[in-house]
Design a protein around this ligand. Structure first.
Ligand SMILES: *[C@@H]1O[C@H](CO)[C@@H](O)[C@H](O)[C@H]1NC(C)=O
Ligand SMILES: *[C@@H]1O[C@H](CO)[C@@H](O)[C@H](O)[C@H]1NC(C)=O
Ligand SMILES: *[C@@H]1O[C@H](CO)[C@@H](O)[C@H](O)[C@H]1NC(C)=O
Ligand SMILES: *[C@@H]1O[C@H](CO)[C@@H](O)[C@H](O)[C@H]1NC(C)=O
Ligand SMILES: *[C@@H]1O[C@H](CO)[C@@H](O)[C@H](O)[C@H]1NC(C)=O
Length: 202
């Protein structure tokens, strides 16, 4: 058992795969655990791709949205779907800097009326595919470099649009990265009174 733990630690360390997935709702917040309690006087530098999210001079899009909580974690508030993806935290203390990776997964609930236009939130930069799932059956509906793959949808400046929503459009829409990890999960349901047919899907 101990040997296995040591082995796992070693593998995680060497491959740099010690990445923690955190889930948050759009407009809500996520907390990135930083183990600040372990030592005093640590400073943090959080990056999202080439953008600085915290520490130093943060990128405009993160300005005023990232802060340290009382128990020493980093909080990102007012989450947007474009915040989804890979983050790197560098912790500076007394010794060598420590690198930690996080994956932020954003959840969205959408309720739409029959006949209404449904505009999905902006896709994150790492988006490779979008699929729609009903029950366990998932169908790819968009792919980077190819665009929309389904005639119910159009693509308008990085946003998928369904012109006239009907019950067959309800389902779970998942935005995935290039290795199939979930970036954004949108639960699209029809407004109850506007659509009786929907109860067969949910
Ligand atoms: C942390 O910093 C404060 C103020 O700079 C200093 O007084 C304190 O001794 C430091 N603590 C440690 C553990 O280095
Ligand atoms: C979204 O829907 C799920 C499942 O119905 C629910 O647990 C969650 O609290 C909802 N989130 C928000 C932000 O409304
Ligand atoms: C939804 O719209 C599509 C395309 O217009 C149509 O094929 C389908 O039958 C409609 N579904 C329902 C349940 O109305
Ligand atoms: C895709 O997401 C998964 C799960 O969040 C993550 O483990 C993986 O490293 C990501 N892939 C890339 C290429 O960033
Ligand atoms: C999607 O939202 C509906 C309505 O809030 C809820 O009943 C259903 O459980 C949700 N599905 C998932 C997978 O969260």
């Amino acid at each position: 058992m101990l040997q296995w733990s040591l082995f796992s630690l070693l593998v995680l360390h060497l491959s740099g795969a010690a990445s923690l997935t955190v889930h948050g709702h759009k407009d809500g917040s996520v907390s990135l655990p930083c183990n600040k309690g372990i030592r005093e006087n640590l400073t943090f530098h959080l990056t999202f791709g080439p953008k600085v999210a915290y520490g130093g001079k943060p990128n405009e899009r993160f300005m005023g949205r990232v802060f340290e909580s009382d128990d020493g974690d980093l909080i990102i508030k007012d989450l947007e779907t474009t915040d989804a993806g890979k983050y790197t935290l560098i912790t500076y203390g007394n010794g060598d800097p420590i690198y930690t990776s996080y994956e932020i997964h954003v959840l969205v609930n959408l309720t739409v009326r029959k006949g209404e236009e449904l505009v999905f939130d902006d896709r994150p930069l790492e988006a490779e595919t979008v699929e729609r799932c009903k029950g366990t059956v998932c169908t790819e509906i968009w792919r980077s470099g190819r665009g929309v793959l389904n005639d119910r949808l159009t693509d308008s400046n990085g946003r998928l649009v369904i012109r006239e929503f009907n019950s067959s459009d309800a389902g779970i829409y998942r935005v995935l990265n290039s290795t199939g990890g979930e970036l954004v999960t949108t639960n699209v349901t029809g407004e109850r009174n506007s659509m009786d047919v929907l109860k067969y899907y949910i």
